[in-house]
Design a protein around this ligand. Structure first.
Ligand SMILES: [Zn+2]
Length: 264
């Protein structure tokens, strides 16, 4: 990417898709109720995809996009498709986040030591005194601009291992819209942390296993929903304030980025 862009079209699209496909994400946003359903859905790079699962022992286990549908083939129909999707997302995260961090490190003229892709349950990423960076594989579900923000957020910790105003000056320089992305993260954290819930239904008998149970309903075009800005979907208290984050240094001098999970 020649330049870090901060357009929000991808994010708007994700929000709109969530509104049409998973309205419960928004209805339960401010409650402590159960996480929203992602049944028969896969989130990837800012979009919500319907899933079709087939079982063909003559083909390898695989995941691929065909006409905007996420197809999973099970070599063995006892395999858990949710686990297969998680493995696929982790592989994509490894590939894409490693490419991105090198691009941004070069742009910011910074050097990191090691990148590890993890599944950290309460953070998006962390940076240590030894210049090691960890990122959650769940970043791969986010719109690309948000992924870019989180990658450069961790790289900026190579300069300041804290969230001081000097630190945010660096983030601001490379990502002027970072506050918007942080709000988006907070607003979408539940669906980002929810795992895909997928179930294979045998195709043999269409009467016993009606197709509607195999394939989720068709994706509705985004135009059917009124466009929704990020600000519109944010609760007041989040729109107004971004809490201080001065208590996040661990004993091991590791900055753990809890933003979007707890603090903001
Ligand atoms: Zn941070």
């Amino acid at each position: 990417m020649a330049e870090i862009k901060t357009t929000i079209s991808d994010i708007k699209l994700f929000i709109e898709n969530l509104h049409s496909d998973m309205p419960e994400v928004f209805e339960k946003k401010n409650s402590n109720s159960k996480t929203p359903s992602t049944r028969n859905k896969v989130l990837y790079m800012g979009d919500v995809y319907d899933v079709k699962i087939s079982a063909n022992p003559e083909k390898n286990t695989s995941c691929e996009f065909i006409d905007d549908i996420f197809h999973i083939n099970l070599k063995d129909n006892t395999q858990n498709p949710s686990k297969i999707v998680e493995t696929w997302l982790r592989e994509k995260a490894n590939e894409i986040l490693k490419q991105k961090i090198d691009v941004f490190a070069q742009k910011m003229e910074l050097e990191y030591n090691r990148l590890v892709i993890k599944d950290q349950k309460t953070v998006w990423g962390s940076c240590s005194e030894k210049s090691n960076i960890n990122l959650s594989y769940r970043l791969i579900k986010m719109p690309e601009n948000v992924i870019d923000y989180l990658v450069l957020h961790e790289l900026a910790h190579l300069v300041h291992l804290n969230h001081s105003s000097d630190y945010w000056d660096i983030v601001e320089k490379y990502c002027p819209d970072h506050k918007r992305f942080r709000k988006w993260l907070n607003n979408n954290k539940v669906s980002l942390f929810d795992n895909a819930k997928l179930k294979y239904v045998k195709e043999k008998d269409p009467y016993l296993n009606p197709p509607k149970e195999e394939v989720a309903k068709e994706v509705k075009p985004a135009q059917e929903q009124a466009p929704t800005s990020i600000a519109d979907s944010l609760p007041e208290e989040i729109t107004e304030t971004i809490p201080e984050m001065d208590n996040i240094l661990d004993d091991d001098d590791t900055v753990k980025d809890i933003e979007g999970i707890v603090e903001i």
